[in-house]
Ligand binder design. Structure first.
Ligand code: AMP
Length: 194
């Protein structure tokens, strides 16, 4: 059985909080779980939306929060002022690359197109074998069910090997997400189907 050493997790999540309390409650729970497990948070470095709730929760629980933000967003005043560490980079592309460099695994909380874009890049790089950093969806209140239906249709229509769908960790509990990432073996199945 696989047991990965996971020191830091990159979390992608909404720069809005979403409707109701479910998403902020989940972001805070993930922050507490990371701190409790001694896993550092790597994230977008802002205090906006779920990102701010998550970072505040990590810090309030005694954990380590490392933000990577762009110059443009920092100049707009979006940088979280209380982080354990932050870095300012030139562009969103450099920011994504740096977040992935720092992380051993990735989790997407609910969010908008920015969240999905970051998550898909990390998953795609795993599929190509460029990185081996497992990815997870925090499926708060069934948020990712329509997305997973779309992904399952890619498998059915033979655009995505089933092994890569199976390697995606999905849970609605932060401890189960972290345990799933730790136990996730590398996927060596080629992306191209005969
Ligand atoms: P979205 O899901 O569209 O709200 O975008 C959120 C994702 O894009 C986050 O995971 C961030 O990495 C990035 N992002 C969007 N807005 C900001 C912001 N104001 N500051 C830092 N990162 C942001």
């Amino acid at each position: 059985m696989t047991t990965r050493r996971i020191r830091n997790i990159a979390v992608f999540c909404g720069s809005n909080t979403g409707e109701g309390d479910a998403y902020t409650t989940a972001a805070a729970a993930l922050g507490r779980a990371l701190a409790t497990r001694g896993i550092g948070l790597v994230y977008g470095g802002t205090m906006k939306g779920l990102m701010g709730v998550l970072a505040d929760s990590v810090l309030a629980s005694g954990g380590h929060a490392h933000g990577v933000i762009t110059r443009r967003l920092a100049d707009k005043g979006h940088l979280h002022q209380g982080l354990s560490r932050h870095e300012i980079v030139d562009a969103m592309g450099a920011r994504k690359a740096r977040m992935l460099d720092l992380a051993d695994a990735c989790i997407a909380l609910p969010g908008g197109i920015g969240t999905v874009e970051e998550f898909m890049e990390a998953w795609t790089l795993n599929q190509l074998g460029d990185i081996d950093k497992p990815v997870a969806l925090y499926d708060v209140a069934g948020f990712y069910q329509p997305f997973l239906a779309f992904i399952d249709s890619m498998v059915e229509r033979r655009f995505l090997p089933a092994a890569h769908r199976a390697g995606l960790v999905v849970a609605d509990d932060p401890m189960a997400l972290i345990d799933g990432l730790i136990a996730q073996p590398a996927i060596t199945v080629p992306k191209w189907m005969s």
